[in-house]
Ligand binder design. Sequence first.
Ligand SMILES: Nc1ncnc2c1ncn2[C@@H]1O[C@H](COP(=O)(O)OP(=O)(O)OP(=O)(O)O)[C@@H](O)[C@H]1O
Ligand SMILES: [Mg+2]
Length: 373
Amino acid sequence: MRAYAQEDSEIAVFNRLNREYADRNLSLVRIEAMMRPLMQFLIGLGYVLILWYGGLLAVRGAMTVGQFTEFNLYLTRLIWPLIALGYVVNLYQRGTASLKRMNAIFAVEPAIKDEPTAREQPPIKGRIEFRNLHFRYNETMPEVLRGIDLTIEAGQTVAFVGRTGTGKSTLMNFIPRVLDPPPGTVLVDGVDVRDYPLARLRSAVGYVPQETFLFSETLAENIAFGVERASRAEVEWAAEIAGLGDDVRGFPEGFDTMVGERGITLSGGQKQRTAIARAVMRQPRILILDDALSSVDTYTEEKILAQLRGVMRERTSLIVSHRISTVRDADLICVLDEGRIVERGTHGELLARGGEYAALYERQLLEEELAAS
Ligand SMILES: Nc1ncnc2c1ncn2[C@@H]1O[C@H](COP(=O)(O)OP(=O)(O)OP(=O)(O)O)[C@@H](O)[C@H]1O
Ligand SMILES: [Mg+2]
């Protein structure tokens, strides 16, 4: 907001909301303030009436003074339970109103959950297949993916490059079932991802999404997120692999530094590396980096990739990037365009082919030279 010089109008909106909140509370307090004296007044009025009428009866001899006193005694005893009853009714009504709101939240069913066909599967090795995968986000929109056919053997590193909006992130989302693929199109170890228990599938996948999400907790808690009983040594190991070690040593409280509003604000690159450390921490069979090194300089990037290669030996890695330097060493590079794989091969093969990848490479070389000069 500061960047748009919108402070005044935002403050005005905030003030208006505050004013409304205060006004509503004030009127509630007014009503509540009225209630107590009103109650006292009515009780007093009741006594006056009883005294007048009962007294009259006693004087006339229709009732003994004893009976009249007895009646008064019972009445006094009944007043407080009656007030309490009113209070409970009020409390009950407020409670049900609150509960209704909470239930609405609890009742939300996640769209993606264990399918009835899900059953226990042998440990995941990491072979991934896409079989003639077509996908559209909804009926009215054009296809985002148009027939992806690709087999990734366990242990391979496969990279995806391509223009923005060509469906790279969409493709990655299918593997941990962040998005549900059509049946029979995405398989892990020959089994449809929809036939895995969700928790099982996701525990085998370390996914660093394009948009990093960190919690307002300590750095260590952010890295160890989702891993039960993580030791500090493991957290440090993961941070080191992700190239975050030096940064953490510069933080006031190291791994116990709070992240976010109540602590320090991490730079874009630090956030990305924290997210990578989080994924590495799980020692996943399948690691997915969706443009996860975009905010890191090429030197740091190379260091991290080299360390990841050590960890990911015999494990499957999928790397999405816009930078050639990130994908160069992959076993297979796929170039996506408008939802199709238009080129595939190793760095050398694709350069020799002289297609889109080669053009991208040329362009980035040129940019580097320009930046250097
Ligand atoms: N949740 C969604 N609902 C509708 N359309 C979507 C949704 N997410 C993505 N899209 C569309 O799908 C297409 C592919 O998006 P995707 O995020 O997969 O591209 P990408 O290749 O990862 O791009 P980038 O390189 O910019 O990250 C885009 O046209 C995008 O507008
Ligand atoms: Mg993307």
